[in-house]
Design a protein around this ligand. Structure first.
Ligand code: FAD
Length: 391
């Protein structure tokens, strides 16, 4: 045991646990404490949208329990414990334990926020069918959804973004009937040019997914043993259960209440340091030098850099080119979106076997790309050519 104030990490998702692992490689002496509102099970969140077809239970997705992680990391882990307040001046946390029946205080030396992102609030949907509407952003959510699916067949998917398309791909292969509704014209429309989005749409449709573009669900009512959704187009869809994949937003409430600077995420510099010198952030909650990225590759880069900084060697993170593999296994897809606001245009090479779309600036520089089907073989070449996210 040591009298030194501990390094405290809030959150045991991929950001919290990977940082703890990287930190322990460099520093075995500083006391390490992780606090999590959930049960602290270690798992790979990306598997949540690619496991139904394989029949994976939540238990099978768990790679280690919190207890095993505490041993592996030589750390103390407080599970089912929510941090409700940060006193940055006193370097003290307030914890609500269990169901919130009692609270406790905890002092830190350095604090890391790895609080993730939550589902964006739903748009206004009237009706009494909301108990059948699910969202999946944690192992607990996956458990709830799988359990509610027992004996059910027809799934209404709200949202055809990256995660919505992955769920469509997974559900259809797991034998469900899938109707997908999205306010935009084609799947993945915020990330892909039309040719590539339509390519994925055609593939999903050829496997039985019904896609309703340019449409919103305005009502969701109970109907028989299932639900009936009303669309703004006048159409209605009958289903057994609904799943919404409508995007994420960074969990910043705790940091904001502590007076930390917030923009779209918790604002941190390239050393992952917030506006308070003793508080750091990484993962889905953190906006790193202007970049808010809900992906694993950037948080791994942050975990490696921050571990060094916290063990005494100040190290900035550097984001290179970070292509993302979309897990639409029926049509393998890779996207490397240009930075928001980047000026340029899409150049598209489309064939029956796949689409290669390159986003180039006026000077010809490659700023982003999207590849589907056989075109994904160009991934490494384009990644090498593409302008990195950080200079
Ligand atoms: P989280 O995993 O959300 O962890 C947040 C932690 O903070 C939790 O332990 C929570 O209990 C804790 N917490 C929050 N507030 C408090 C509090 N006040 N007190 C105590 N604890 C608190 N990315 C990819 O790169 N590739 C993919 O293919 C991919 N697929 C995905 C599929 C799905 C279905 C989803 C949902 C995401 C996917 N992502 C993918 C994104 C990726 O999974 C996330 O970027 C990553 O898991 C975020 O990890 P995190 O640790 O920042 O957040």
């Amino acid at each position: 045991a040591s009298d030194r104030e501990p390094l405290v990490i809030i959150g045991t998702g991929l950001a919290g646990y990977n940082l703890a692992r990287e930190f322990r490689k460099l520093d075995q002496a500083t006391p390490l404490l992780l606090v999590t509102a959930d049960d602290g099970t270690a798992y790979s969140k990306p598997l949540l949208s690619a496991s139904l077809a394989h029949g994976k239970t939540p238990q099978q997705l768990a790679s280690a329990s919190a207890e095993q992680m505490a041993r592996e990391l030589n750390a103390e882990i407080l599970v089912h414990t929510r941090v409700t307040d940060i006193d940055a001046e006193a370097k003290n946390l307030t914890l609500a334990v269990g169901n919130g029946s009692h609270s406790a205080g905890l002092r830190y030396g350095k604090l890391v926020l790895a609080t993730g992102a939550g589902c964006r609030p739903l748009p206004a949907i009237e009706g009494d069918g909301h108990a059948r509407l699910f969202r999946i952003n944690s192992l607990g959510d996956y458990h709830r959804f799988r359990t509610a699916m027992v004996g059910r067949k027809r799934v209404l998917l709200l949202g055809a973004g990256l995660i919505g398309c992955e769920f469509a791909n997974d559900l259809i292969q797991a034998g469900f009937e899938v109707e997908m509704v999205d306010p935009l014209d084609w799947p993945l429309a915020t990330l892909l040019p039309e040719a590539a989005g339509r390519d994925i749409q055609r593939t999903l449709e050829s496997h039985g997914v019904r896609f309703h573009g340019n449409a919103r669900v305005t009502r969701l009512d109970r109907s028989g043993g299932g639900i009936r959704a009303q669309l703004d187009s006048g159409e209605h869809i009958d289903a057994d259960i609904a799943l919404a994949a409508l995007g994420l937003q960074a969990n910043t409430g705790l940091a904001a209440a502590a007076g930390l600077k917030i923009n779209r995420g918790i604002v941190v510099n390239r050393q992952l340091q917030s506006s308070d010198a003793n508080i750091f952030a990484l993962g889905d909650c953190a906006e790193v030098d202007g970049h808010l990225l809900y992906f694993v590759a950037p948080l791994m880069a942050c975990a490696r850099a921050l571990a060094k900084t916290l063990s005494g060697e100040p190290t900035p993170v550097h984001y290179g080119t970070l292509p993302v593999a979309v897990k639409t296994t029926l049509r393998p897809t890779t996207v490397c979106p240009p930075r928001p606001g980047a000026e340029g245009s899409w150049h598209i090479d489309s064939s029956a076997s796949g689409v290669q779309a390159e986003f180039r600036g006026a000077d010809g520089r490659l700023l982003g790309f999207a590849l589907t089907g056989s075109a994904i073989t160009a991934r490494d070449t384009l990644t090498a050519e593409c302008t990195p996210l950080m200079d």
